[in-house]
Design a protein around this ligand. Structure first.
Ligand SMILES: [Zn+2]
Length: 355
């Protein structure tokens, strides 16, 4: 008898508290001041929540019930809502995701992200010179792709590292082999804000084919990587904080939104790079298109990724520019300006004077 009483009571309590547990986001507002970035989520009931952080990838996720689908962006912060989860992608290096916390006030959750001192706020860029060591990439007319890629990558490294707003890494600094998985892992480990892979193209069947092309992650690529990481938590740990990986729901959902973020932002980055290429480089190497592919190096969840094919080594004119130090500098500067545009940054004053 006792157990029945208890169950009835439980049923009554759960029935009465149903409206209280309803937690649809009804309003999102953002407030930014000198010390904090605050996101206010107002719910139609008292929210139940759990917060997860991945400071390296600048991702915060909040597990809830019955959030509706939404996607918003405020001051370089993308806020994505799904059925049971809100994921926040922070692309502003001034915001310190590692010290973020949530404050609950009746029907409102306030996500509080402290701001860093400007001096400590840097964008982390990973430059990936394609191939290397025993893998030369394409070989035509006595030139090896790996050397062209590295030469341009080094020059891009120069532009970015002399700009104090960046912290720059290269997946290889010399002529040695690094696996594709190794490049992915490295990019995730250093907490990259963006990733740019540098390659040179070839089409032995059509030597007239020319131009720079830009590759971003495809839907097929997202799906394949997502399935792989969702079923292998050990692998997922390379790309997501262990706290997020431990929770199955969070792992699956955050991986998916992170890969979608990689694609969407990669596309924006590709557009800016292409725009600059069309403006400054097209009279030498034509301005090609943006394509979607399932390339391994593009699959770093939560990091905007692009692979640039600088031009066709099978075309004599493209090859001429690709192998000339002077034009390699021009290419590097164009890519640097594209990265600045993507991040809404202005060129340094000193740089501008030099024209
Ligand atoms: Zn290549």
């Amino acid at each position: 008898m006792k157990i029945w009483k208890f169950l009835t009571l439980l049923w009554v309590i759960s029935f009465l508290s149903l409206p209280l547990f309803s937690q649809r986001v009804t309003k999102i507002t953002v407030d930014v001041d000198r010390n904090y970035y605050r996101i206010f989520f107002t719910f139609d009931g008292k929210p139940w929540y759990r917060m997860y952080k991945d400071p390296k990838r600048h991702i915060i996720s909040i597990k809830l019930e019955n959030t509706y689908k939404f996607s918003k962006e405020y001051y370089s912060v993308n806020i994505v809502g799904e059925k049971n989860l809100i994921t926040i992608f922070v692309r502003n290096p001034e915001l310190d995701t590692s010290r973020a916390r949530v404050i609950k006030k009746y029907r409102t959750l306030i996500v509080l992200i402290p701001r860093k001192h400007k001096k400590f706020a840097k964008y982390v860029v990973v430059i990936d010179p394609g191939h290397g060591g025993h893998d030369p990439g394409a070989e035509y007319y006595g030139f090896e792709e790996k050397n062209i890629n590295l030469a341009v990558a080094r020059k891009l490294y120069y532009y970015l590292s002399k700009d104090p707003r960046f912290k720059v890494y290269m997946t290889r600094k010399g002529d040695y082999f690094v696996s594709l998985a190794g490049r992915q892992k490295f990019t995730a480990k250093v907490g990259a804000d963006l990733f740019i892979s540098i390659h040179s193209n070839a089409n032995p069947y059509n030597p007239n084919r020319r131009g720079a092309e830009f590759y971003v992650l495809s839907n097929r690529g997202i799906y394949k990587k997502w399935v792989d990481l969702a079923v292998h938590p050990q692998k997922a740990k390379e790309f997501l904080s262990s706290q997020m990986v431990r929770d199955k729901t969070v792992r699956k959902k955050v991986l998916k939104t992170s890969l979608e973020f990689t694609q969407e932002e990669g596309e924006q980055l590709a557009k800016e790079l292409r725009k600059m290429w069309c403006r400054y480089m097209a009279r030498y190497i034509p301005c090609g298109g943006i394509y979607e592919r399932s390339f391994a190096v593009l699959k770093v969840p939560g990091v905007p990724t692009v692979l640039v094919e600088l031009g066709y080594m099978t075309n004599r004119r493209d090859l001429h520019y690709l192998t000339s130090s002077r034009y390699q500098w021009a290419i590097a500067r164009t890519l640097y300006l594209g990265i600045l545009d993507y991040l809404n940054l202005k060129p340094l004053k000193k740089e501008r004077k030099g024209g």
